[in-house]
Write a protein that binds this ligand. Structure first.
Ligand code: GTP
Ligand code: K
Ligand code: MG
Length: 517
């Protein structure tokens, strides 16, 4: 299989003005033969046919599957989903109209009133409900799908599921199996599958927005663009091989995607924010304030906190893992010194850190603040400052004054965690800082470049990056070898969408799904 490019030599190779079609061998040969994805529209040279075009389904997979797709328990409606070749047979056997006769021919996507009956004894009514039929491939799974909506109650749902279980061609779905069929049918690619899973798991607004974008196919498009770009490069190189002279090839698109990958991964896992500072500065008080509960022990005794205490919070829509740490000081206490060591490591491993200082103790004079020596080595450009206990210093202390103290104005807040003075400004400032720091703004998320949220994506992007870098090392004499690197690069990107090497990844991805999804 080949890509055909309309190729204008003028753009690519100096001093020649040729336009012609270039046929580029598909870089992902093995992939193309492994997936159903494009098997309908293309034929492959037989030597490339490593596997069947359509995935070989086991008998177990071939059968029609069913599951409760809504949460179990009492609720208004329960949705039971049946997907597979016998979905319409299941409809005939399970559903009746109000007169007890078989339902009229299904109109796809249209809700129908129905009675659910026991297929063995059709006069036995299980529940009144609604049904909707999706004719494959225009359904989520790309197969025929029947959805039955009944009243949600344990006994009703159990009775309907038991009735379906009596149909010899049906079997219970495995976790994530509906989505897996959607993937096998080419309805979604792997990044969309991951997006769906993240969407169900999303707890904060930003996670929801990003997962929704992934599920909607934004990642898929982006990776497809990237892969097309690489293949485009390959076309240029192939042309180079033909013509023997050339110019530099763009790599900017790729580097950009790789950088975004790192950002996105942070958002998915949560931003790691470490609170640190000298003993008794109010670090644990801050954690409790952010968490809005007494998560950490607060006492007037310096050295109260010893171990690290982490709390997952939603700050301004962003997932943040806030860590409270032991106060930094020289100590002979064995336990405390281990805590201090852990605190240092935590701060160094964080994405962003917040240094809490007691104004009363660090204010040397009206115009100078003394950052304790134990704290100094941990201060980086990612450190922000919270000057606490403003209630204990005469005259209320504003952030403006902080600028006079030699600290960067935009990275300092002054509060009293006891009286709450300055706390609202601090909270909104922190949220804005996090959003700015991680280039995220929930409100305008759609206007931004897509962000990759999985380590798996990043790993493949980095592999691709290495091949592209290797490619860039080659000079014009070695273009044949260079083209090989590009092929590997395109292959690595194809793995992100699940176009190749999917089986091992699939199990990992679908394992986390619940039954019925
Ligand atoms: N007056 C006043 N006291 C505060 C304020 N914030 C915290 N405190 C008090 O300061 C003391 C120490 O607070 P903690 O939150 O335990 O301080 P810490 O930094 O976690 O201390 P260690 O864990 O021992 O390092 C407690 O008695 C708090 O009640 C404040 O804004 N004003
Ligand atoms: K304390
Ligand atoms: Mg503490």
């Amino acid at each position: 299989m080949w890509y055909t490019f309309r190729y204008n030599a003028n753009n690519l190779i100096s001093r020649s003005f040729i336009t012609r079609n270039i046929r580029v061998p598909r870089p992902i040969r093995v992939l193309a033969t492994q997936t159903k994805w494009n098997s309908t529209s293309t034929t492959f040279p037989s030597r490339l046919r490593v596997r069947e075009n359509t995935p070989v389904l086991s008998d177990a997979q071939r059968k029609t599957i069913y599951a409760l797709s809504s949460p179990p328990g009492k609720a208004g409606v329960a949705v039971i989903r049946i997907s597979g070749p016998e979905a319409s047979t299941a409809r005939e056997l399970l559903l009746r109209n109000s007169k007890g006769s078989p339902l009229a021919q299904a109109e796809p996507w249209k809700m129908q009133r129905c009675r659910v009956v026991n297929p063995e004894r059709p006069d036995q009514l299980l529940d009144d409900g609604l049904s909707v039929f999706f004719r494959g491939p225009k359904s989520f799974t790309t197969e025929d799908v029947l959805e039955i909506h009944v009243h949600s109650g344990r006994a009703i749902v159990a009775a309907v599921l038991n009735a379906i279980a009596q149909l010899p061609f049906c079997r219970p779905a495995e976790p994530g199996e509906f989505t897996r069929r959607a993937f096998n049918g080419g309805r979604v690619d792997l990044t969309q599958v991951e997006g769906l899973r993240d969407l169900i798991d999303a707890e904060t607004e930003t996670q929801r927005v990003m997962a929704l974008r992934a599920a909607g196919g934004e990642m898929r498009e982006q990776f497809e663009r990237l892969r097309t770009d690489i293949i485009h490069c390959l076309a240029m190189v192939e042309a180079l091989i033909d013509f023997g002279e050339g110019e530099d090839i763009e790599e900017g698109v790729f580097e950009q995607a790789r950088q975004e990958a790192i950002q996105g991964e942070i958002i998915r896992n949560g931003i790691r924010l470490a609170i640190f500072g000298p003993p008794n500065a109010g670090k644990s008080s801050l954690l409790n304030f952010l968490a809005q509960r007494e998560a950490a022990i607060v006492t007037p005794i310096p050295g109260t906190t010893r171990d690290i205490l982490e709390v997952s919070l939603d700050i301004g829509g962003l997932p943040v893992i806030v860590a409270d740490t032991a106060g930094l000081r020289q100590t002979d206490d064995v336990v405390e010194s281990i805590g201090v060591e852990r605190a240092r490591n935590m701060v160094q491993g964080s994405d962003i850190s917040l240094c809490v200082l007691s104004l009363q103790e660090t204010l040397e004079s009206k115009t100078a603040i003394k950052i304790p020596r134990s704290v100094q080595p941990l201060i980086t450009p990612n450190t922000y400052f919270l000057l606490n206990k403003t209630d204990l210093v005469p005259n209320s202390f504003g952030v403006k004054d902080a600028a006079d103290l030699g600290l960067p104005h935009e990275r300092v807040w002054a509060v009293s965690l006891t009286t709450g003075e300055g706390a609202p400004e601090f909270l909104s400032g922190l949220a804005a800082t996090l959003q700015e720091h991680f280039h995220l703004d929930c409100g305008s998320a759609s206007s931004q470049a897509p962000i990759i949220t999985h380590a798996r994506h990043r790993a493949h992007l980095e592999t691709a990056s290495r091949f592209i870098e290797a490619f860039l090392q080659y000079d014009a004499n070695d273009v044949v070898l260079g083209a090989e690197e590009l092929r590997y690069a395109a292959q690595a990107v194809g793995k992100i969408s699940g176009l190749i090497d999917v089986e091992d990844v699939l199990d990992a991805v679908f394992r986390d799904f619940c039954i019925g999804k």
